[in-house]
Design a binder for this molecule. Sequence first.
Ligand code: HPA
Length: 277
Amino acid sequence: MIGIIGGSGLYEIESLKVVDRLSIDTPFGEPSSEVVVGELNGRRVCFLSRHGKGHVYPPHLVPYRANLWALRKLGVSRVLAFSAVGAINRRFEPGDFVIVDDLLDFTKGRESTYYEGKFSLKVEDKDRVGELLNSNKVVHIDSSQLYCPQMRSLLAEVLEDLKLTYHPSGVYACTEGPRFETPAEIRAIERLGGDVVGMTGYPEVVLARELTMCYASLCVVSNPAAGIARYRLTSEEVISLMKKKEEEIRAILVEFIRRVPQEKTCGCDRILDGAQV
Ligand code: HPA
């Protein structure tokens, strides 16, 4: 099943035929919202709102571990995440889509792994993840390809066919927030190779990967980043741009879900092989 995580401005999917609304408890706490299980063109999907109903979880306090665990518990094996981002790359403009292909992490001390060795939470799961947690293993996952190549190329095909403006790759820099960045921070991130900046991409992607799920991040540029914009950044600007993109996002979702094959050719589910110490 595909799990969709909606970011700022995407709190539900209107065309989803709702089958169930589930409040899921996890060993890592409560997810940020109920999970809506539904059907989109006959395919089963589930949807979770990253910031919760009423946008009550700021980026640094999103229960990322609970969110990904809840999706996995429902049988999600591919996660498609949407986020608003500021553009650092001068070729990226508000309204453009970006299919992220790498990450720079500037967050500070978020809970960013399930595998805490002797401090790991014990779980009921009997699978590989459960075994690693219950046997106190230390696990280092490979991060050289965090974003699923199969999902990324399908996203590119869909965006191409829908004639939307998009960038097939981009480095996502994740800052701690909740404030927007300073111009000096953006200049520094630009020199380090960041193309877009947001506050929620990490540790979400890593946690999905630790649970062996495929993960892709489709970002919508909502504003030029601080200092590149010659004006004051506001949350209003971010949300209002995302609202304008709602129709397009729905079209992308419908097409993506219709085309996604059952079979995986990416190897994402083998990430735990050789990862434990
Ligand atoms: N910075 C950080 N996060 C964001 C931005 C930004 O400029 N725009 C949307 N999310």
